[in-house]
Write a protein that binds this ligand. Sequence first.
Ligand code: ATP
Ligand code: MG
Length: 554
Amino acid sequence: MSTEKGPNFLAEIIAEDVKNGKHGGRVLTRFPPEPNGYLHIGHSKSICLNFGIAQQFGGKTNLRFDDTNPEKEETEYVESIKADIKWLGFEWANEFYASDYFSKLYAFAVRLIEKNLAYVDDSSAEEIANMKGTPTTPGMESPYRLRTTEENLDLFARMRKGEFKDGEKVLRARIDMTSPNMHFRDPILYRIKHTDHHRTGSEWCIYPMYDFAHGQSDAIEEITHSICTLEFEVHRPLYEWFISKLELFPSHQYEFARLNLNYTVMSKRKLLQLVNDKHVSGWDDPRMPTISALRRRGYTPESIRNFAERVGVARRENIIDVGLLEFCVREDLNKKATRVMAVLDPLKMIIENYPEGKSEMLTTDNNTEDEKAGTREIPFSRELFIEADDFMETPEKKFFRLAPGKMVRLKSAFIVECTDFEKYENGKVSLIRARYVPESKSGQDTSGLQVKGVIHWVSAQHAVPAEIRLYERLFNVEDPSSEEGDFKEYINPDSLHILKNAMLEPSLKESKPGMLYQFMRKGYFTPDKDSSAEKLVFNRTVTLKDSFVKETTK
Ligand code: ATP
Ligand code: MG
């Protein structure tokens, strides 16, 4: 797995443009989300690229909502998109909406009609599709193609006034029905939709198509480098055609390969299905690939920005291993997360030679990777919880933790020896008894004992209970979208494990969403948004080690 900074061919192009004084050396990019869903990790690559590259060359970035589809767009999505971009650490120069330009776009359409480059077509959607031809056979010209300019101007004005029903008419560019580029075969510019828009309300009943909105919006804003994903490459000639026929600012489009990640899906349409069909609890369910889900799960903005850097910017499509994303968050959390003790599957341990009723405070490091993180006190007493799997009645070879007669060090505390244990009727171990070595206190150990294992623990009387949520991949296959049948058939039914009885050290009582922890030996965790002082709930962000590598190299 490459963890180096990846290549970026766009930075080279822009460096050259700046050097040559193109657009006066000015760089203005834009990030153009459609507000029809929450942003996902794929978008974060586009965000990091658009904002990052502008920063690199002293330029700016506009946030432009591409809101030309009134049925699918909502203000909730606009707000979530803004919050996610800010959280990732970027600031836009201007917040614009394609809908801000509806009047201008309408005027552009009128200009094309006047130049005899657009016409109103009464054909149905089906007729238009049938006349479109195929990539290898030419299309057929519509019978309405030769309407006069006057007639077109009149009909288009009446479309705008609402005189026609949805689908009765469209405005098309008059280009070339035989072009090998299907996008040139008289593309539709406007369609009638009597639908309220999230911003313009009922002001418009005709809406521009993507191709007639995007490039022109870029040109209106004088975007110098319009960066998008490769599927728009075939649209580029049309982008340029409109700009040249309308004599607009010469924005230029550049394409790069979209980010694909394995074991997930990344189209908003599919993510919306997961939400609507209740396969997940919402857009920010920590198993989702959305930015809001990653945030809720404990990912940091730095880890996502580093991930985008490492993936790099190329023109070749590939699928990135989710292991790289996990590597990036581990690397960041290793520096930032407070080390704490949390017992996920508690087993009671009674230290019989420790006085009843006594407790003492022991000192432990907050983060051994960060000297400035300091230390804190944790209570120790006669009854502790340890992880059930840190004890074995009959230890396997190389099991260096607790077993009858075996010793182990309790992290930041004492060495203990297991003396005895008890069982429930079902055979499960119900408690263990131990004795501790008073002179073995961490940092001042004079016992001379050597023990191999170190385990974490919490004092039973001081422990705070919590619910812990552990996550697995949401899908069982690497690329659910390319499998046969519906992608939802490949959902992993076992992607969420809830542990109801975890016991945490008392300092975690004060934890809040956004706080980052390493539960020693168990992974990185963060309080969920459902967490409260009455009921603590933690998400596991990621395990400590890459279990995936082990699985696949077995
Ligand atoms: P989806 O297909 O997931 O619904 P989209 O492309 O329709 O996404 P937009 O809101 O139109 O979503 O995307 C905004 C910007 O983000 C576009 O410039 C788009 O090219 C880019 N983008 C979307 N998905 C990815 C991805 N997986 N990798 C990189 N960039 C992406
Ligand atoms: Mg889109």
